[in-house]
Design a protein around this ligand. Structure first.
Ligand code: PBG
Length: 329
């Protein structure tokens, strides 16, 4: 009771504050998303994601060496697929010599110890920009799961350590787990985007991969029939519990900052590692406001990172990973 207790005593200097600090950000917290394109010598900035780039494989190789040198030991790969290779069923996703498969090998050749996670979903390969096969204005569930399982196998064969299904089809974790087990990939993990919301914060990412849903008649304009309603909380728990039962090793909440109540709820409820994806729109907001001089970039970045970890994230997928690690080292 005051004045016997004065909370400000523990805030009087940086020395005491750092002594009692409950949440510390380290390079071990991060998973680095990387965008890959075909070509040579390419390092192209994504307009809606300042200071974030798409890399061709030769440049990717240098980039992952740099990340490793900074203490960043895990990457999450995404590929930008040329329009002419897109179809409705993601045929190119299964090409053993496709861009993703070559990207996995490139990273492993550059830094064998780098943990490689891969995005598993149809949208970068879909001419409709959807995460599943489209038929009669609907996104087919079970048919899509079959493709996702084949895609996961293909990534495992190329050397991926974890596959990360980001599509939100029902039952895909079980389909993928069974396919991996049957093929002997017993140590290939699954990081499931378990509670992925139909958020408006994915815009810059869809620019980066040219993967937005197309504006065509009889094609859904959004992903609300598979991604979760931002209004729902109990449903996130149900998604997470089902994914764990189906074999998910890590569960994810996405986006980050607006969904930290969900992160804590899940942390309190389950015993597997929880990942949080601080998405492209969150990155863009901080970049844009700080470019205008309205926010202090580094301070806001660190505050948000700390908030994500404090909420319960064991793993943070973030476009700021490199900036953060450079700042704290
Ligand atoms: C697609 C996918 C998306 C993101 C990761 N995987 C976009 C979407 O669902 O439309 C978004 C990531 C970001 O915004 O940073 N399967």
């Amino acid at each position: 009771m005051y004045p016997l207790t004065r909370n400000r005593r523990l805030r009087t200097s940086e020395s005491i504050r750092s002594l009692v600090r409950e949440t510390i950000i380290t390079p071990n917290d991060f998973l680095v998303p990387l965008f890959v394109v075909d070509g040579k010598g390419i390092r192209e900035e994504i307009p809606s994601m300042p200071n974030y780039y798409r890399y061709s494989l030769d440049v990717l190789s240098l980039e992952v060496k740099e990340l490793w040198g900074l203490g960043l030991k895990s990457v999450l790969l995404f590929v930008k697929v040329p329009e002419q290779l897109k179809d409705n069923k993601g045929k190119e996703a299964l090409n053993p010599n496709g861009l993703m498969q070559r990207a996995i090998k490139t990273v492993k050749n550059a830094v064998p110890e780098m943990l490689v996670m891969t995005d598993v979903a149809l949208d970068p390969y879909s001419k409709f920009g959807h995460d599943g096969i489209v038929k009669n204005g609907m996104i087919l569930n079970d048919e899509t799961c079959e493709v996702l399982a084949d895609m996961s196998l293909s990534h495992a064969e190329a050397g991926a350590n974890f596959v990360a299904p980001s599509d939100m089809m029902d039952g895909r974790i079980l389909s993928i787990r069974e396919a991996l087990e049957d093929a002997g990939f017993i140590d290939t993990g699954i990081m499931s985007y378990s509670a992925k919301y139909a958020s408006a914060l994915y815009g810059p990412f869809r620019d980066a991969l040219d993967s937005a849903p197309v504006d065509l008649q009889n094609i859904p304009k959004d992903k609300k029939t598979y991604q979760m309603d931002p209004a729902n909380r109990d449903e996130a728990i149900r998604e997470v519990e089902m994914d764990i039962d189906e074999g998910a090793d890590i569960v994810m909440v996405k986006p980050g900052i607006c969904y930290l109540d969900i992160v804590r709820e899940i942390r309190n409820q389950v015993e597997v590692p929880v990942a949080v994806y601080q998405v492209s729109g969150e990155y863009a907001m901080i970049k844009a406001a700080s470019e205008k001089g309205w926010l202090d970039h580094d301070a806001v970045m660190m505050e948000q990172m700390t908030a994500i970890k404090r909420a319960g994230a064991h793993i943070i997928a973030s476009y700021f990973a490199k900036d953060v690690v450079k700042l704290i080292s």
